[in-house]
Design a protein. Structure first.
Length: 413
């Protein structure tokens, strides 16, 4: 189909306000490739951004070797769907936003869209960022526990000195806190940094090395590990749930009874019961650090789509779901204490990933607020996906929806 015809159909789709999954109505022949092209063009027109790289699966390894990959043999393609519009009112992100999800799990995008629809019918998702700091925790050996205590005292009284040392390594990051934890003659120093629009792990590591050299010089301690696992990076850890790492984000919404019954096909009472028995009691019985149904699902898909460090889903997916019945309505919230995302650095500069960050609105946000914008959009998407899944379980729809969408590949209606 010619580009002019695609443009005309995209304008018609926008004029008629057709939902993204219904654009196949405008194509006279059953061709998903054309529908995909039309959907992409409609989003480009609506959001004023380019998604041209999604047409290709070729990467320029001249720009990637030494930065993103070693020993390259090619590249792989992952299907990318879009959840939205998601009505969002955040501390930085505002408006009807879209979240790209790179996934091979049928039903995930459709389910997240169903949650977004229930929210749209009821109001908006409110999102707040409680804390924003990336941590690294070097471990030091001293001769005695008393020496370790002296190291702790030095750290407590010399934050400005350590901040000055960290500033020698970065213009964008700043040391904001340093907390010691002592075990015998070993002292762990958990250093926390603001990192601007970057996720900031490399930034924090380089600055921590400089600070560690200073601590060794001033205290006589020996640096054993630049990362002592108290950070805690790419591992489930309660310290991240309590103190936070990256962005500590809460997304919440009030879903009206009509939408709970009509769109979600259940009741607030049943969702509350599922959340209590599954997410709370079931998780406690399993010894989990978290109380949620599938934060990792939406996080993995959004991380892949936007070029995040996918391994950090481990700590980013730690979190808690709250559900309350309020006179037939449903109060619903998700808390992500350690959501680790960035809008620059790492894989975010790859062509398709960069365009998909722009799709969320983060890439076009004011400098310094882009990582927060992205975090808020992702948290809102997690809420939509979590809400839809618990609703499906409450309505006994889970197996049926996966059979329809995960096996047959039918469009979600």
């Amino acid at each position: 189909m010619e580009k002019d015809n695609i443009d005309a159909l995209a304008k018609r789709a926008l004029a008629e306000r057709l939902e993204l999954h219904r654009l196949q109505q405008l194509i006279s022949v059953p061709d998903e490739n054309l529908v995909t092209q039309l959907r992409r063009r409609a989003l480009e027109m609506q959001l004023g951004t380019s998604l041209s790289s999604l047409e290709k699966n070729a990467l320029d390894f001249n720009h990637l070797v030494g930065r993103n990959v070693e020993n390259p043999v090619g590249s792989v393609a992952v299907p990318v769907g879009v959840a939205g519009p998601i009505p969002l009112s955040g501390s930085v992100a505002q408006g009807d936003v879209y979240l790209p999800l790179a996934t091979t799990e049928g039903a995930l995008v459709a389910s997240t869209n169903r949650g977004a629809k229930a929210v749209r019918e009821s109001g908006r998702i409110q999102v707040i960022i409680l804390r924003d700091a990336m941590s690294r925790a070097p471990a030091f050996r001293t001769e005695t526990a008393m020496d370790a205590a002296r190291l702790e005292a030095w750290v407590e009284h010399n934050l400005p000195t350590m901040q000055k040392e960290a500033s020698k390594t970065t213009r964008h990051g700043k040391l904001i806190s340093a907390k010691c934890y002592i075990v015998g003659n070993i002292a762990y120093v958990r250093l926390s940094f603001t990192t601007g629009d970057a996720m900031g792990m490399n930034m924090a590591t380089i600055a921590s090395e400089k600070i560690s050299e200073l601590i060794e010089k001033e205290t006589g301690a020996e640096l054993i590990a630049l990362s002592g696992n108290l950070c805690s990076d790419k591992k489930p850890a309660m310290i991240n749930s309590l103190l936070g790492r990256g962005k500590s984000v809460i997304a919440e919404a009030l879903i009206r009874e009509a939408s709970v019954r009509g769109t979600l096909k259940t009741t607030a009472q049943r969702i509350v019961r599922v959340n209590s028995i599954k997410n709370q009691t079931g998780s406690a019985l399993a010894g989990s650090n978290s109380q949620n149904a599938h934060f990792a699902n939406i996080l993995a898909a959004s991380f892949i789509a936007t070029g995040q460090d996918v391994a950090q889903i481990v700590e980013s997916s730690q979190g808690f779901t709250i559900a309350e019945e309020r006179r037939g309505d449903l109060y619903f919230s998700v808390t992500l204490p350690s959501l680790e995302v960035g809008a620059i650095g790492g894989g975010t500069g790859l062509p398709a990933q960069s365009e998909l960050i722009n799709l969320t609105g983060a890439g076009l946000a004011p400098e310094g607020s882009r990582a927060k914008w992205l975090a808020e959009v992702i948290a809102a998407g997690v809420l939509c996906g979590e809400l839809s899944l618990l609703s499906a379980i409450a309505a006994n729809q889970l197996a049926g929806s996966h059979a329809r969408l995960g096996r047959a590949g039918k469009a979600y209606g």
